[in-house]
Design a protein around this ligand. Structure first.
Ligand code: AMP
Length: 214
């Protein structure tokens, strides 16, 4: 099963993508995570990506498409995958579709986690991330066991630069201009599935499982 997650930044698509990956036994592929891992390691890709990410802008398509196509060619992707944060532009979606067509494959479902903009900024200011292992939390919805401390590795949690209010406004603007058109793109392909993302994350997940099946 090949799934694409859509939704505004902070809609909770990453959390849902992880739950989907676990339930269906497929890899969770987040281009944001790949960029952050590269930033941490100080690679050339990481340095280039940081220039855009810290401002809430999209990393250019040529860089992003290459890392995604390299990733989905790996052996663990043979049984499918859930993409979280890719595609974010129409050209990215087209490149992915073309690469799949060459292998006689397609995306099975595009799951759109729908949350009104008003909720987004409030939600994102509650996000916390571990600079050590990349685990993410939310002060209200997914709190760590000890305040401000990562459950996995014990590091002190931070509010990522790209989750700060000014950057969130930029990311929302970018989302509306460049990413939201993907809703029409996948609607035309007949595979868009929209779920209400404003409810509890467990209920969002139940709605997704009802759509995708057991
Ligand atoms: P995320 O963790 O998915 O919210 O991504 C964090 C940031 O990484 C985004 O705000 C972008 O700057 C960058 N990024 C992640 N995925 C993509 C993509 N598919 N295209 C362009 N930029 C991306």
């Amino acid at each position: 099963m090949k799934i694409v997650m859509l939704g505004a930044p902070g809609a909770g698509k990453g959390t849902q993508a992880k739950m989907i990956a676990e339930k269906y036994g497929i890899p969770h592929i987040s281009t944001g995570d790949i960029f952050r891992a590269n930033m941490k390691e100080g690679t050339e890709l990481g340095k280039k990506a940081r220039e855009y990410m810290d401002q809430g802008l999209l990393v250019p398509d040529d860089l992003t498409v290459k890392i995604l196509l390299d990733r989905v060619e790996k052996d663990d992707c043979k049984g499918g995958y859930v993409l979280d944060g890719f595609p974010r532009t129409i050209p990215q979606a087209k490149v992915l579709d073309e690469a799949l067509v060459q292998q006689g494959e397609t995306i099975d479902a595009a799951v759109n986690v729908d949350v009104p903009d008003e909720n987004i900024v409030r939600r994102m200011s509650g996000r916390r991330a571990c600079p050590g292992c990349g685990a993410t939390y939310h002060v209200e919805h997914i709190p760590p066991k000890n305040p401000d401390e990562c459950d996995v590795c014990g590091e002190k949690l931070i509010l990522r630069d790209d989750d700060k209010p000014d950057t969130v406004q930029n990311r929302l603007k970018v989302y509306h201009e460049q990413t939201r058109p993907l809703i029409d793109y996948y609607t035309e392909k007949g595979i868009l599935k929209t779920v209400d993302g404003a409810v509890h994350m467990k209920d969002v997940f139940s709605a997704i499982v009802t759509i995708l099946g057991d």
